[in-house]
Design a protein around this ligand. Structure first.
Ligand code: HH2
Length: 253
C-alpha cells in the first residue's frame, strides 16, 4: 500500500502532493514500482495535527481518486463518514479507517475495510498512552471491531504510533503473531514514523527509509499481509527477497 497524502501538513510528505496532477503522477509512479493499493488521504493524523473539515478534505482527495481508480485499487484514509462515502462512490474500494468506526459505510458501499487501533485522538494521543497489556488490549479491540463489522473484507492494523510509546510500538511489532493468529489479514504502517527516527539517532523523516524498509520486511516476515509505505520501490524489493527466500524453489534453509 503506497501512501499518498494530499495535505499541507503530513509529517513526511506534507505539501509535496497538494496539486492534484502531481499527486496522481506520484500515485501512478508507486503503482509502477509495485504498489497494489494507493492510500489517498486528505487529513493528517500525525500527533498534534489540526482537524480539517469535510468539504476541504473532499476537495483534496476526490480528483485524485477519480484519476487513479481506473489504474489501481484505491483506498481512502479518512475518519469522516461523509468523506468515506463520497470517496467510495468516486472509485475507491477500500476504506482505511484509523478510527475503526466506519464499518457501516464500508458495508453499505460493498467496500473493504481496514480497522486500525488508536488510543485517544491525534491531537492528544501521544501525551500519556497507557495499556494493561498493549498486545492483548490491541488484539481484543481489533477482534471485537472486526467481528461486529458485518463487512466481507476486513483487515486489522495495530496502529503503530497512534497513542503508543516507542516501547508499545516495538512490543506490538515483536508480537505480530498475536494479530496474525486471529485469521484476519494484518496491515502494518511503520513508514518513516518518529520512533524510527529515535531509534536511528534522530534521523529526519526523509532519512528513515532503511529503517522503514527493515521494519516492513520484519512485519511481512512475521505474516503481515500488507504494509503501508512511502518508499514503494525498496519495500517491493524487500518483499521479493523474502518471497524468494521462503519460496518453494529456493532450497535455502
Ligand atoms: N498511519 C498513518 C496514517 N494512516 N493508516 C493505517 N491503516 N495504518 C497506519 O499506520 C497509518 C494510517 C500516519 O502516517 P502518514 O499518512 O504518513 O502521515 P499523516 O497522518 O501525517 O498524513
Amino acid at each position: 500500500m503506497g501512501v499518498l497524502n494530499v495535505t499541507p501538513d503530513s509529517f513526511s510528505d506534507g505539501g509535496l502532493w497538494l496539486d492534484a496532477g502531481g499527486a496522481v503522477a506520484h500515485g501512478l509512479r508507486m503503482v509502477e514500482e509495485g504498489a497494489h493499493v494507493i492510500d489517498v488521504g486528505g487529513e493528517s493524523t500525525r500527533p498534534g495535527a489540526d482537524p480539517v473539515d469535510a468539504e476541504e478534505e473532499l476537495r483534496r482527495v476526490l480528483p485524485v481518486i477519480e484519476a487513479l481508480a481506473p489504474h489501481t485499487r484505491v483506498s481512502i484514509d479518512t475518519r469522516k463518514a461523509e468523506v468515506a462515502e463520497a470517496a467510495l462512490a468516486a472509485g475507491a474500494s477500500l476504506l482505511n479507517d484509523v478510527s475503526a468506526s466506519l464499518a457501516p459505510v464500508a458495508k453499505a458501499a460493498g467496500a473493504g475495510w481496514v480497522a486500525m487501533h488508536m488510543q485517544g485522538e491525534p491531537r492528544t494521543m501521544q501525551q500519556d498512552p497507557t495499556y494493561d497489556d498493549v498486545v492483548a488490549d490491541v488484539r481484543a479491540f481489533l477482534v471485537e471491531r472486526a467481528q461486529s463489522a458485518g463487512v466481507d473484507e476486513v483487515w486489522i492494523d495495530p496502529g503503530i504510533g497512534f497513542g503508543k510509546t516507542m516501547e508499545h510500538n516495538l512490543t506490538l511489532l515483536s508480537h505480530l503473531d498475536a494479530l496474525v493468529g486471529t485469521g484476519y489479514p494484518v496491515v502494518v504502517g511503520t513508514s518513516r514514523k518518529s520512533f524510527l527516527g529515535r531509534l536511528t539517532g534522530g534521523a529526519p523523516a526523509a532519512d528513515r527509509v532503511e529503517a522503514s524498509v527493515a521494519t516492513a520486511a520484519w512485519a511481512m516476515s512475521r505474516g503481515a499481509a500488507m504494509v503501508r509505505v512511502h518508499d514503494v520501490a525498496p519495500t517491493v524489493a524487500a518483499a521479493r527477497l523474502l518471497e524468494g527466500r521462503s519460496g518453494p524453489s529456493s532450497g535455502v534453509a
